[in-house]
Ligand binder design. Structure first.
Ligand SMILES: NC(=O)c1ccc[n+]([C@@H]2O[C@H](COP(=O)([O-])OP(=O)(O)OC[C@H]3O[C@@H](n4cnc5c(N)ncnc54)[C@H](O)[C@@H]3O)[C@@H](O)[C@H]2O)c1
Length: 325
């Protein structure tokens, strides 16, 4: 019988290390042609937007579809969250639905995990690096977890326009990860770090790209719509640019689309997709001084791989409720 996993149960079963490992396998499948990743479908009834994100990973036997709804009036009119997500996981051999699970926390973990994966392949390899996090929301939380799990990070700095959010973040994640986390008083302080994650809702650049240190690795995960960006043209120009998907970067990411529209770069400035780097089909960082930048828009293969991890772990731990549909 299919298993139902609520948010607390998904939180219980998902570990960042397992998820980074699953995404390593998923991006390898993408490079080797055993992943099916159709275009996202959208339906927009009058009050909101619904996104349907299907994917299939043949070797992992992960066949899933995530449904995300974004309804801005939900909190005031219906006492419901603005964004809700649910994942349906099927057995690819029989087509049977094996699990229905909450997709909100899963989305955050898989987004942290892909930044972890990009950091593992693109950041410098020296020990004792510092992570710098822009934003202190749920995505930022998973970013620090992802990069600490995958990189050579021994401390972190966080900056948020809401200082109290940054302070709470520093206490919670400093304890959880066992590393010192400082709160930055100004956004420029983050530019002193080695691995930067941008995880905010800002529609305008967070920092001056000319001031970024040689050798920095950046994971840009927020503000992915054509007219919004967290990263300025200068940092895009200075970086070895890696996309989760070229297509997504060229159609959804203001971080990349705005510099192209300004004539500052062409589409060829995207050096590779992460899958090509993971599978060894293209090279990544070529020197300790190079700035590397991973632009994440979020791919359905990340959801499918992470949902499979959650389901397998839940079965192993005896967590969840079986339902007869
Ligand atoms: N790439 C992906 O796959 C992916 C997946 C999910 C969400 N996202 C994006 O991640 C971003 C963050 O999402 P969230 O759920 O954590 O949002 P959130 O609202 O929980 O947190 C965002 C934080 O950013 C802070 N912030 C806003 N402007 C800032 C600025 N200029 N400098 C510093 N901090 C600033 C806010 O104060 C807030 O604390 C959103 O843009 C979302 O669309 C990306």
């Amino acid at each position: 019988m299919p298993l139902l996993l609520n948010k607390d149960q998904v939180v219980n079963v998902l570990d960042m290390k397992d998820c980074i490992g699953a995404l390593d396998a998923a991006f390898t499948e993408m490079a080797e042609g055993t992943a099916v990743l159709p275009l996202r479908n959208n339906i927009a009834p009058p009050k909101g937007l619904n996104l349907y994100m299907p994917a299939y990973l043949e070797k992992m036997n992960a066949l899933a579809c995530k449904v995300v709804s974004i309804y801005k009036e939900n909190p005031t009119e219906y006492s419901l969250p603005t964004v809700m997500g649910t994942v349906l996981l099927q057995d690819s051999i029989t087509g049977q639905v094996v699990c229905i699970m909450d997709g909100g926390y899963l989305t955050a973990v898989r987004t942290g995990a892909v930044s972890g994966l990009a950091t593992k392949y693109l950041a410098r390899s020296d020990e004792g690096q510092v992570a710098g996090i822009y934003g202190a929301g749920i995505q930022a939380e998973m970013q620090v977890w992802g990069v600490v799990e995958a990189g050579n990070i021994s401390s972190a700095v966080v900056y948020d326009v809401l200082p109290e959010a940054a302070s709470a973040f520093a206490v919670k994640w400093g304890e959880k990860l066992g590393i010192p986390i400082e709160v930055a008083a100004a956004p420029e302080a983050i530019l002193e770090t080695d691995v930067i994650c941008t995880a905010t809702t800002s529609a305008t650049p967070l920092f001056d790209g000319a001031a970024v240190k040689p050798g920095t690795h950046i994971n840009g995960i927020g503000s992915h719509s054509p007219g919004a960006r967290e990263l300025d043209t200068e940092i895009i120009k200075r970086s070895l640019l890696i996309a989760d998907s070229r297509e997504a970067c060229l159609n959804e990411a203001g971080d990349v689309m705005i510099p192209i529209s300004e004539g500052a770069i062409t589409e060829d400035h995207i050096h590779a997709e992460l899958a090509e780097i993971v599978a060894g089909k293209k090279g990544g960082r070529s020197s300790a001084d190079q700035i590397t930048l991973f632009k994440s828009n979020g791919l359905a293969i990340q959801d499918a791989a992470t949902a499979k991890v959650a389901y397998d772990k839940a079965r192993e731990m005896g967590i969840g409720t079986e339902v007869d549909i």
